[in-house]
Design a protein around this ligand. Structure first.
Ligand code: TYM
Length: 326
């Protein structure tokens, strides 16, 4: 049994199939037989401007989605970050032992800050120290994420080690866990870019709450190439991305898929992929609506989980405060 921690940002836009395949699918698998904590990281969402009303709704939606995909609050602790104050408190402590140099090297900061020109929010810069706090608060051993978070988990490891060296053994040094396949699902509109929530091209990502006809349309327009044969070739980026999605959702082998697709065209193949995505999301959407129709029950569940997480987090925070002389 291992201690698992991972998080997802709430946003007005629901998670996309990249988030699902790269991270959320693993979360559901890992809740069996492990001590797993999964967090809606609302404090992280503040690193870019938010509308308060919309943010509140996004938090509910994301929490409901996590339950709808199969996370069970009886098996794992699914909670909202801001409801456990120790995250922000430890985040500050870890920020004080991090350096400008190491934070400047974060590629996600470079990407996300580019669009702000001169007035880059400083939270965007320091955010990986809060993420490190999320992880080390619970003596986390394994952090299941998509490829774009590897560098942040690496930073969490460095900060945990640095703290341990300066103040004595306190934190478990976490390990990242990446799926061999699906850790980087690419944009459907431009398969050289990763699928991203903030992509301006509305055909780039399939969101878990997209209407079913929209899913079909987005997949039918997915960029492929001018060849005809459907084979796994990483050089044919658009097709390869669709094949990877299909492979993960069906659990079939590459040989089996290539066999099945012999003689079929892109149109038929894309319809098959859409069918698999719809089979995945339809029950999730139904369950999510049920959960969102009873906000009292939803908020009660959030509160119970936050209490569970907070009692663990508080102990670790007290140990940290005492070690650093507070
Ligand atoms: P976030 O909300 O951007 O993404 C949630 C998860 O989805 C993965 N992901 C992808 N996987 C495959 N293909 C893609 N195109 C793709 N896009 C996103 C991400 O890698 C992530 O696992 N900083 C984190 C949230 C966080 C966290 C943590 C994660 C906060 N504290 C502690 C782990 C541990 C983030 O913004 O993820």
């Amino acid at each position: 049994m291992a201690t698992i921690f991972s998080g997802i940002q709430p946003s007005a836009q629901a998670p996309h199939i990249g988030n699902y395949i790269g991270a959320l699918k693993q979360w559901v698998e890992l809740q069996e037989g492990n001590d797993a904590l999964y967090c809606v990281v609302d404090l992280h969402a503040l690193t870019v401007p938010q509308d308060p009303k919309k943010l509140q709704e996004s938090i509910d939606q994301t929490y409901a989605l996590l339950l709808a995909i199969g996370l069970d609050p009886e098996k794992s602790t699914v909670f909202v970050q801001s409801q456990v104050p120790a995250h922000a408190q430890l985040g500050w402590v870890l920020q004080t032992i991090s350096t400008m140099g190491e934070l400047s090297r974060m590629t996600q900061f470079k990407d996300k800050s580019a669009k702000f020109k001169d007035s880059i929010p400083s939270g965007l810069f320091t955010y990986p120290t809060l993420m490190a706090a999320d992880i080390v608060l619970y003596d986390t051993q394994i952090v299941p994420v998509g490829e774009d978070q590897i560098q942040h988990v690496e930073l969490a490891r460095n900060l945990a080690q640095r703290f341990n060296n300066r103040f004595g053994d306190t934190f478990v040094v976490p390990n990242v866990q990446i799926k061999k396949e699906g850790a980087r699902i690419m944009s459907l509109a431009d398969p050289t870019k990763k699928m991203s929530k903030s992509d301006e091209n509305k055909h780039a990502a399939v969101f878990l709450n997209d209407p079913l006809d929209v899913i079909q349309e987005k997949l039918s327009r997915a960029v492929t190439d001018s060849q005809t044969e459907i084979t796994f070739d990483p050089e044919r980026k658009g097709l390869y991305n669709l094949l990877s999605i299909y492979k993960i959702l069906t659990g079939k082998s590459e040989v089996e898929i290539e066999q099945d697709m012999k003689g079929k065209g892109y149109k038929e193949f894309k319809q098959e992929v859409a069918h698999q995505v719809i089979t995945l999301v339809e029950p999730i959407q139904t369950r999510m609506q049920e959960l969102l129709s009873d906000r009292t029950a939803l908020h009660d569940s959030m509160k119970r989980s936050a209490e569970k997480a907070a009692s663990r987090a508080q102990k670790k925070l007290e140990e940290v405060y005492s070690k650093i002389g507070l």
